[in-house]
Design a protein around this ligand. Sequence first.
Ligand SMILES: Nc1ncnc2c1ncn2[C@@H]1O[C@H](COP(=O)(O)OP(=O)(O)OP(=O)(O)O)[C@@H](O)[C@H]1O
Ligand SMILES: [Mg+2]
Length: 482
Amino acid sequence: MAEPWQTATGVIGTIIVLLITTMARYHNIPFPIMDLLMTFFRKVLSIVYPYGQITINEYQGEHMQRDELYTTSEAYLSSVCTSRARKLKAELGKGCDRPLVTIDDNEEVTDTFRGTKVWWYSRKRTSNTSVISFYPRNEERKYYCLTFHKRHRQLVEGEYLNHILQEGRAAILQNRQRKLFTNNPSSNWYNYRGSVWSHVKFEHPVTFDTLAMDPEKKAVILDDLATFREGKEYYHRIGKAWKRGYLLYGPPGTGKSSMISAIANYLEYDVYDLELTAIETNTELRKIFIETTGKSIIVIEDIDCSLDLTNKRKEKKKEKDDEEKEKLLPGQEEKDDNSKLTLSGLLNFIDGLWSACGGERILIFTTNHPEKLDEALIRRGRMDMHIEMSYCTFEAFKVLAKNYLEVEQHELFSSIRTLLGIVNITPADVAEGLLRKKSRNNDVRACLENLIREIEAKAKKEASEDAAKEKDKLKAGSSAQN
Ligand SMILES: Nc1ncnc2c1ncn2[C@@H]1O[C@H](COP(=O)(O)OP(=O)(O)OP(=O)(O)O)[C@@H](O)[C@H]1O
Ligand SMILES: [Mg+2]
């Protein structure tokens, strides 16, 4: 709350200003004398009222854009000062996940920064613009008045406002709705009003708690992610862009995509799911990368299936290019590298200037066949951590049993442990086997028995496949001898 004497001097000051201007109007006091009076009055006022004031308007500029300092102040006051305010208001802003509760209009609140007290006033004024508009417009202009003692001016201007910006931005990020972006095919950018990304709300429920994998491996990944998230200063000090690459590899159904969602939920980042096949040139790739924001994960799934990025594809492409080159008419020139999407184009963006803008980005590639990838693409520094998502181990099974059946121990667990030791089955298959179904009366034992049957069937199938292969080999051997 404002100090009573502070309010009183403010009110008295306003009355005196009004008196002087009224006197000047009715008694025709010449302008120079009136100016002198005002200057004198201001000097006296600054002695009895030693406060400075900064106004932060909601809208600014020719196009009346919402001012970032206003929105960050709003979020800051909401996260820090609302407990001290009497009157609050709640609104669900666009793209927010939770209602924003902040101080109401015409309400006052105090804040203390490094032992210095400041006063915030939320005000609104009615704009007296005479513009005639077809659309009804709200002409109320909201603003904050930040009041402080004049001797703290440097602290407020230099450090406090910066503090507001940073804290406010963090609060906005926390309150925002997280998004899953997918890139539009470049031919459709025109249709999507020039936008390269479309988005939906990101709501995947998987977390590291529900992700089935070796607990030690999980702990290492969590540690790495936590270090990355808190590494702003560290990355700055060592002169490295604040980004990290993860290569997730393993057979289908081992949880690579689930792991990406778990990482996004853990870090509270947005996800950009980059479909390389929808991009035709390096120039398009550049535009796509530039339009990503910080605190995000950029994902390229099944990178081995993406265009021109593996050794084999490069060789095939070379053959195709040679054929096409022969078809070119004399005088026709080959297109330069920017008019195609190339491996070097992708590497340039991973290493290049893009990674320096904004920071706090994670890049994830997934593949079922890491051996097919070009060494250059997955070397350390680009893909800092290679994570193998493996077939279901007994430890991973225990997580799934807890998720799906809410059991941590059961007499059938020991047979399942033995079976998992000899059969390769994916967590996706185990999860399916454990699914509670009406036909199983939602019974834990029935679900576990069903899983055992499925693993045994898989073991039989694998054994007969191996036998068939062995038979084929022997046949091939004997026909070669003949
Ligand atoms: N490690 C795991 N932990 C928990 N659930 C899993 C795990 N792996 C697979 N699942 C279950 O199987 C489904 C498919 O898994 P997911 O899509 O993550 O596999 P993937 O490795 O990405 O497969 P693909 O290589 O085919 O893309 C998930 O929706 C989830 O229900
Ligand atoms: Mg996947």
